[in-house]
Design a protein around this ligand. Structure first.
Ligand code: ZN
Length: 281
C-alpha cells in the first residue's frame, strides 16, 4: 500500500530492482574504462559553482538537506524540488503522493523553448528514451501537465511529474547524455548513489568532496518502505555519479568497496536503467 500511496519512493525502489541485472556484460561494455577516466562526462548541476544556503526539509517523510539557490530548492545537485515537496510532513499523505510521480499512461507531454540552442540534444535524448523504454513523449497541445525544455544555468529537472508546467533546464554545456539523465529525473528517478543500502557497495570519501557539496552524496533514506534496495547498486546507471564527481582535490569522492574507482556513464540508459523503467511504467 505504501508504494501506491507514495509513488516517489516506489520509483526509487524500482531503480533498485533494475539493478538485479547490473552485472550483465552488455552493461559493463557500455561503461568507459581506463584512460577515459580523465575525460569523465560532466556531472549535472543546476547552478554550477553556486552552493547557496543549506536548508533542512522533509521529503517523502524523511529529513533531507537541500540548497536554496536563486529561489530554487536544489536537491542532490540537479533535482529541483517544489516548495510543497520540501515543506512538509504532508509528504506522507496520500494527496502529496498523488501529485508527484509517474506520468499517466507513461506519456510525457513536452515543449521545447524556441530559444534553446542545439535542440537536437533534446530530440536525440527523447529518441533514446523511446527506443529503450515504454515511455512516450508527445508534443504538448492543451495538456496541463508537461515538461518544457529551456535554457538554464546548468542541467536540472524536477523529480517525477509535479503537476502543471515543469522544466528541464539545459545550459550549453549539457550534452545529450546529460539530457537523458535529466529526463530520468523527470520520469521519477533519483541518483543511484543515494540508495539507502549504498554503503554496502560504495565508500563515500567526504574529505575529498568540494565544500558545500556534501549533501549531493546524502543517502535518500527510504527506510520503512518495502521494496527499496533490491539487487546490487548499478555502477553503470546513467543516474550514478562517477568516482571523481564534485572532487575538491582530484581524489575520488566515491569508490567501490574494494577502493577501486569507476567512471561516470552518460552515454545512455544502462540495462539496469531500462529494466527499472520497464517495471515502473
Ligand atoms: Zn541528476
Amino acid at each position: 500500500m505504501k508504494k501506491t500511496t507514495f509513488p516517489i519512493l516506489a520509483l526509487l525502489a524500482s531503480v533498485g530492482i533494475a539493478s538485479l541485472t547490473g552485472c550483465s556484460k552488455e552493461q559493463e561494455a557500455a561503461v568507459p574504462t581506463g584512460s577515459a577516466a580523465k575525460q569523465d562526462a560532466k556531472v549535472e548541476e543546476a547552478y554550477p559553482s553556486q552552493t547557496g544556503t543549506t536548508l533542512a526539509g522533509k521529503f517523502g517523510g524523511e529529513s533531507i538537506a537541500y540548497q536554496q539557490i536563486n529561489g530554487e530548492n536544489v536537491f542532490e545537485g540537479d533535482i529541483l524540488l517544489t516548495q510543497e515537496q520540501v515543506r512538509s510532513e504532508r509528504a506522507q499523505t496520500e494527496s502529496a503522493g498523488r501529485n508527484t510521480g509517474k506520468w499517466p499512461s507513461a506519456v510525457v507531454y513536452y515543449t521545447i523553448d524556441a530559444n534553446l540552442p542545439n535542440q537536437a540534444r533534446v530530440t536525440d535524448a527523447i529518441a533514446h528514451w523511446q527506443a529503450n523504454t515504454p515511455v512516450r513523449f508527445v508534443r504538448r497541445t492543451t495538456q496541463s501537465s508537461y515538461v518544457t525544455f529551456q535554457v538554464g544555468s546548468g542541467c536540472s529537472s524536477n523529480i517525477g511529474m509535479i503537476g502543471g508546467r515543469q522544466y528541464i533546464n539545459l545550459a550549453s554545456g549539457c550534452s545529450t547524455g546529460n539530457t537523458i539523465h535529466e529526463i530520468g529525473h523527470a520520469v521519477g528517478l533519483f541518483h543511484e548513489q543515494t540508495r539507502n543500502d549504498r554503503d554496502t557497495f560504495v565508500n563515500i570519501l567526504t574529505q575529498n568532496i568540494q565544500s558545500g557539496y556534501a549533501n549531493n552524496f546524502s543517502k535518500y533514506s527510504a527506510s520503512g518502505y518495502t521494496g527499496t534496495d533490491f539487487g546490487a547498486l548499478d555502477f553503470g546507471s546513467i543516474m550514478m555519479y562517477g568516482s571523481f564527481s564534485f572532487s575538491s582535490n582530484g581524489q575520488p569522492t566515491i569508490t567501490k568497496k574494494d577502493g577501486s574507482t569507476f567512471n561516470i556513464q552518460r552515454n545512455g540508459l544502462s540495462v539496469g536503467d531500462k529494466s527499472g523503467i520497464d517495471i515502473m511504467y
